[in-house]
Structures are given as structure tokens and as C-alpha cells.
Design a protein around this ligand. Sequence first.
Ligand SMILES: *[C@@H]1O[C@H](CO)[C@@H](O)[C@H](O)[C@H]1NC(C)=O
Ligand SMILES: *[C@@H]1O[C@H](CO)[C@@H](O)[C@H](O)[C@H]1NC(C)=O
Ligand SMILES: *[C@@H]1O[C@H](CO)[C@@H](O)[C@H](O)[C@H]1NC(C)=O
Ligand SMILES: *[C@@H]1O[C@H](CO)[C@@H](O)[C@H](O)[C@H]1NC(C)=O
Ligand SMILES: *[C@@H]1O[C@H](CO)[C@@H](O)[C@H](O)[C@H]1NC(C)=O
Ligand SMILES: *[C@@H]1O[C@H](CO)[C@@H](O)[C@H](O)[C@H]1NC(C)=O
Length: 283
Amino acid sequence: MSGSSLPSGLALSLLLVSGSLLPGPGAAQNEPRIVNSEEIILRTEESPHPPITLQCNLTSSSHVLEYSYWTKNGVELTATRKNASNMEYRISKPRADDSGEYHCVYHFVSAPKANATIEVKAAPDITGHKRSENKNEGQDAMMYCKSVGYPYPEWVWHKKNGPPLDIVNTSGRFFIVSKENYTELSIMNLQITEDPGEYECNATNAIGTNSAVTILRVRSHLAPLWPFLGILAEIIILVVIIVVYEKRKRPDEVPDDDEPAGPMKTNSTNNHKDKNLRQRNTN
Ligand SMILES: *[C@@H]1O[C@H](CO)[C@@H](O)[C@H](O)[C@H]1NC(C)=O
Ligand SMILES: *[C@@H]1O[C@H](CO)[C@@H](O)[C@H](O)[C@H]1NC(C)=O
Ligand SMILES: *[C@@H]1O[C@H](CO)[C@@H](O)[C@H](O)[C@H]1NC(C)=O
Ligand SMILES: *[C@@H]1O[C@H](CO)[C@@H](O)[C@H](O)[C@H]1NC(C)=O
Ligand SMILES: *[C@@H]1O[C@H](CO)[C@@H](O)[C@H](O)[C@H]1NC(C)=O
Ligand SMILES: *[C@@H]1O[C@H](CO)[C@@H](O)[C@H](O)[C@H]1NC(C)=O
């Protein structure tokens, strides 16, 4: 019973799929056709890199061209707008910074615009990061890295000579936000015992990899108080010395009642002890 309904359902869905795949009559001729040059890889070994040229040729279109221009990462490149079906964009000294997604875009008088994509790829190069971050314990630290290079890299943070950071995120104090060419590592409530060290951001794409290191220093809460504590300690030591000195001096100064003063001075400490004993006994 169900066997008879299944083939007909299958045939119907096949019909629908093939119907949507087949272009409508005349559509193939109307569609603009663009022939473009291949993707380019800027190898870091080639430095300086030889000039590169991106090309697009509009080979067939039944519409009148109005203008064409180049975009990089979706932004129109200034002074590239022309009324030309053969387009060229030349970069005489390409750097990693020039990598990205380029489009040649054709605008027609009365038809939707058309474009083709040319990728210029380069290994990530880290163009910005903090050399060091200095904070007090209990404060938050923020470190970042930003890159040029395309495709946008995968970002990973490591503590140098340690495991990848996300593994030690058991404390829940580590936050990483990465988007395209930028990554940010925040560490909340800094701990003086575990957090200081060298933190490395690592950017990797299909072409290559690069990394940069930030040194995190964490000072004790007491650090700003140290000069004050030093002075305080000096005062305390001074006071102690004075008090001790005064206490030791006193027996010599106070003349003993029951002993003749002067010649017996060498025995004075012993006598003093005796006196103390006698006093304690009387109590
Ligand atoms: C585009 O056309 C020019 C001139 O005809 C030709 O030299 C170039 O190779 C073409 N480019 C591509 C990508 O087909
Ligand atoms: C662009 O050039 C084509 C062919 O030369 C021409 O027909 C069209 O009018 C031009 N468009 C503009 C906006 O000048
Ligand atoms: C290129 O064409 C695609 C598909 O039509 C469109 O989504 C995209 O926005 C176009 N890009 C540019 C830079 O015009
Ligand atoms: C990084 O990406 C942002 C957004 O995609 C862009 O505005 C910026 O120019 C890029 N910076 C670099 C150095 O590529
Ligand atoms: C670390 O843990 C906190 C809390 O569990 C979480 O919100 C944060 O996204 C984690 N960070 C990373 C880098 O996984
Ligand atoms: C970045 O991390 C990847 C994967 O762990 C590693 O293969 C690569 O050597 C690292 N790159 C740098 C520059 O440290």
C-alpha cells in the first residue's frame, strides 16, 4: 500500500528539484558572465613581494554597463570606478595588509549588479599587542592582539610554558573574545600566585601562523604601602632600641640602697638580680 505511494512522491520531489535547477527560458543568455583571475597567495618568504594584478572581464551581458569598480572586504576602493568591462587592479608592493576578499562589481543601466570574488591570501601578521600589562592583585587585566592577513585567523591564547588557556579556565576568571582580525583576553580578580607570566596569542590560518607575547605583572596590594611600612618599621626598631637601652641603663643610674655604690659596679647586675628575687619573695 505504502509502496505504491512512495515512488510517486519521489518522482514529484525529483521533478521539483530538477525544475528549480533548470534555468528559465532565456535566463542563461541574460546572466552576465564574468571571467576573473585566480586567487593570489602572498608568501612571507617572498619579501618584497612582486607586484600583483587582479583582473575581471565581463564576457557576456545583454545589459548596458553603467559602471564598474573594485571592493576590498566589502568597501569600495577609491578611484577604481570606471565604465569598463575589462577591469584590472594592480598592487605594486603587496604586503600582508593588502590581503583580503576583493570583488569586481558591475552595475548595469537596468539590471541587478553582478560581481566576482578574488581572494588575496596571506599568513597572519600581528600588528598590535601590549608588550606588558602591570596590575595590582584583585584588579582585572586585559590583553589583546590584532592582525592583518587573510583568511581571518583562528585565535588561541597560551600561557607560555603552560597548557592552552581554556583548559585552566576552571576558576572562571578568564574571558576570550575573538572576532576576525582581533582577539582579547581578560583575566578577572588577578591572583598574585598564579597569574603573572607571559601570555601568547597565536593566530593561525591556512597560509601560516604567527604569535606575540604580553608580559603580565601582578603587584601585591601592599606594594604602594611599602615605603610607608619601611618608615614605620624604622620607627618601631628605633623605639625598641631606645626602650631597651633605657632599661639596661637604669640599674647603673639608680644607686642601690643596701650596697655601696662605685667599686662594686662589676657585680651590679648580679646584685640587681638578687634584689629582684628578694622583692619577689616579699610579695
Ligand atoms: C581579460 O581580458 C584581457 C584583454 O583581452 C586579457 O589580457 C586578460 O587575460 C583577460 N583576463 C582574464 C582573467 O581572462
Ligand atoms: C558605458 O559604456 C557603454 C559602451 O561604451 C555605453 O553604452 C554606456 O552608455 C556607458 N555608460 C555610461 C554611464 O557612460
Ligand atoms: C556580490 O554578489 C553577491 C551575490 O549576488 C552579493 O550577495 C554580494 O553582496 C555582492 N558583493 C558586492 C561587493 O557587491
Ligand atoms: C580588522 O577588521 C575590521 C573589521 O572587519 C576592519 O575594520 C579593520 O580594518 C581590520 N583591520 C586590519 C588591520 O585588517
Ligand atoms: C571561562 O569561564 C567563564 C565562566 O564559566 C566563561 O564565562 C568564560 O567564557 C570562559 N572563558 C573561556 C575562554 O572559555
Ligand atoms: C600556534 O599554534 C599552532 C597550533 O598549536 C602551532 O602549530 C603553531 O606553531 C603556533 N604558532 C606560533 C607562531 O607559535
